[in-house]
Design a protein around this ligand. Structure first.
Ligand code: BV8
Length: 244
């Protein structure tokens, strides 16, 4: 399908959903691609509350290693992150960015109206109080939280499988009002994020998938731009900035 029909509309409420694919070109592994994060670790071993209860040190090590990589200096926002931040500034309507990613590359590229529905790698949470703090690169069960001043309370501020994603009320409200929904770099495997396109369609929105590959959800999108985010997101920025 062409993109011409995207041209001749004035959009008012855009919701963008990003997944691990938008950070792939920054050097961060995706979850399900060849050599993906989950291939090195079984999901149930590291990203569930049960895994944390069973072997907290394994889970601390998994997230400490990802923070070390993210903060190591080699990982920078890529063209797609910057193009989304520019689009947010240039677009005269309402623009909301929902990300499944826990990295901070969208923020570092300048995005502001951002919902980290699966939490944030650079934050930690006290399991007793629920207080959220900026995380150091490394922390584990020996570290004391500032609120309870006890060890063993701190966990990654990340949404594990079986846990409720964050900002769901805000996200559902945005989807109900959107007239353009764009999914970038997500395989459409993880719910409830994978179901957002259906909610947007029910709201009458135009839907666009940006991904180099077909995904489980591709057939649900009215438009599909096949290619890497670094090429397709600047194209989207130029198109939408012009239509303002
Ligand atoms: C929940 C944080 C209840 C951890 C993550 C039906 C309904 C509701 C729930 C379920 C359901 N069925 C099953 C469930 C349970 C479960 C689930 O979905 N399981 C799956 C495996 C079947 N969901 C949950 O448990 C969720 N909680 O349901 O609570 C509820 C229900 C409804 C409403 C409210 C509450 C919680 C899920 C959160 C889990 N935590 N992350 C961490 O990061 O360590 S999920 C994890 O997967 C990441 O967040 C990641 O972002 C996410 C999704 O993966 P993708 O981002 O899509 O990454 P992936 O590697 O899969 O794909 C990358 C894509 O990029 C590919 O398509 C590739 O082609 C593309 N790509 C590659 N290069 C590029 C590119 N694209 C563009 N440019 C490139 N250069």
């Amino acid at each position: 399908m062409g993109t011409d029909q995207l041209d001749n509309r004035h959009w008012h409420n855009i919701v963008v959903l990003t997944g691990a694919g938008i950070s792939a070109e920054s050097g961060l592994g995706t979850f399900r691609g060849a050599g993906g994060l989950w291939e090195q670790q079984r999901v149930e071993d590291v990203a569930t509350p049960e895994a944390f209860a069973r072997d907290p040190d394994l889970v601390y090590r998994f997230y400490n290693a990802r923070r070390e990589q993210l903060c190591g200096g080699d990982i920078q926002p890529n063209t797609a992150h910057y193009a989304l931040a520019e689009l947010e500034t240039l677009f005269t309507g309402n623009f909301a960015l929902v990300t499944q990613n826990v990295d901070d590359l969208h923020e570092r590229a300048g995005s502001r109206h951002l919902f980290h529905m699966h939490g944030e790698l650079m934050k930690m949470r006290c399991a007793a109080s629920g207080n959220v703090f900026e995380a150091p690169v490394y922390f584990d069960g020996n570290d004391h939280c500032r609120c309870c001043r006890r060890a063993g309370q701190l966990r990654p501020h990340v949404v594990w499988f079986g846990e409720m994603p964050i900002y769901m009320d805000e996200i559902y409200a945005l989807l109900a009002d959107c007239d353009l929904f764009v999914a970038i770099g997500t395989s459409g495997n993880v719910y409830p994020a994978a179901g957002f396109v259906q909610i947007a369609r029910q709201a009458g929105a135009t839907t666009l998938e940006i991904n180099p590959e077909m995904t489980d959800g591709s057939s649900l999108f009215g438009f599909q731009w096949r290619g890497p985010a670094s090429e397709q997101v600047p194209r989207l920025r130029d198109l939408l900035a012009a239509s303002g």
